[in-house]
Design a binder for this molecule. Structure first.
Ligand code: ADP
Length: 308
């Protein structure tokens, strides 16, 4: 049987403005460029895995607007199974308002729209597809009830990866417990652990806090510095560095990392987690070299052969 990755998560339409720097509160800046693009953490991660060659099914919720329809078409073109991608009546597709600076920094406000309507029933309807997947990949950009349901349904069926993004405080502890791998970036780790100014040198504290919340394996990504991880069996963090690249636009780097991680765990199950992270770092690095979110996600055909 073909191995699959099930993604339960969001679709957003990205509205991106490019500016020399981020505006201060109350300030208006003259930007240099505007673009609209397909985004949303769930979709970005699913598209990454699909472009690396994975067979994917995406459980998601779109608005009853034109964008919702064109998003469905887009997912089809990416060879993603959309049999459980649902159009919600009387709702707009989620929107992400993104500012990208000349140095590749970004700042984002999202409005969930139809993503907030993804329901427990939507997940239950897709039960068989979820349970037969080798990896279940979820994020926090929808309401969390369907995410908890997906993790509950999936328990004992394969590897669940939860990307705690955007950061949410007071997460149901069962979400931590049911995630085999819990992955956040440094900022999300700060919000979720209450520990300030997390760097690689004090990341162990954040990892230990996430363990105490119920997490099993923890990964924290650190942009150009790569990622750290620790497991229940080896709680001391391991740092996997990466080649530092001059970023054009880091939007979606974390999603590229997560989609790649799901791909490697599914299709290269002989590799250690550290090697999966090293390769995921390299896939994510590719995504910072181009502008945009999904437009910057790499295709297998353009990647070095040694990554496969
Ligand atoms: P997010 O996009 O969630 O903010 P990060 O900024 O931590 O996540 O980036 C995720 C991953 O993308 C990193 O672990 C790293 O592998 C890769 N990455 C990000 N920025 C760079 C960069 N400038 N050079 C190389 N790799 C990068």
């Amino acid at each position: 049987m073909t191995k699959t990755i099930a993604v339960v998560g969001s679709c957003m339409i990205d509205s991106i403005v490019y500016s020399s720097r981020l505006p201060k509160p109350g300030e208006t800046l003259l930007g240099s460029k505007y673009e609209q693009g397909f985004g949303g953490k769930g979709a970005n991660q699913c598209v990454t895995a699909a472009r690396l060659g994975a067979s994917t099914i995406f459980i998601t919720s779109l608005g009853s607007d034109k964008i919702g329809q064109s998003y469905l078409e887009k997912l089809k073109q990416e060879n993603i199974d959309i049999s459980y991608a649902k159009i919600q009546n009387n709702s707009h597709t989620g929107v992400a308002q993104i500012i990208v600076t000349e140095t590749g920094e970004n700042s984002i406000v999202i409005v969930q729209g139809s993503n907030a309507l993804l329901s427990v029933k939507d997940v239950i309807d897709a039960r068989q597809k979820i349970q037969s997947a080798s990896v279940l990949l979820c994020q926090f950009e929808t309401s969390l009830e369907p995410i908890l349901e997906a993790l509950t349904i999936y328990q004992g069926h394969g590897t669940s990866i939860v990307n705690g993004a955007p950061a949410v405080s007071n997460v149901d502890p069962n979400i931590f417990k049911l995630s085999d791998i819990f992955c956040v970036n440094e900022t999300e780790a700060e919000i979720m652990t209450g520990i300030q100014c997390i760097t690689i040198s004090n990341a162990q504290k954040a990892i230990d806090k996430l363990f105490s919340l119920g997490c099993n394996t923890v990964i924290i990504t650190f942009g150009a510095e790569g990622a750290v991880h620790a497991t229940q069996n080896n709680k001391k963090l391991v740092h996997t560095s990466t080649e530092i690249l001059k970023a054009v636009d880091t939007t979606g780097a974390g999603d590229a990392f997560l989609g790649a991680l799901a791909y490697y765990i599914t299709y290269h199950s002989n590799l250690s987690l550290e090697e999966c992270i090293r390769r995921s770092n390299r896939i994510a690095a590719q995504s910072v070299l181009k502008a945009g979110t999904q437009t910057s996600l790499p295709y297998r055909k353009d990647l070095p052969i040694e990554l496969f």
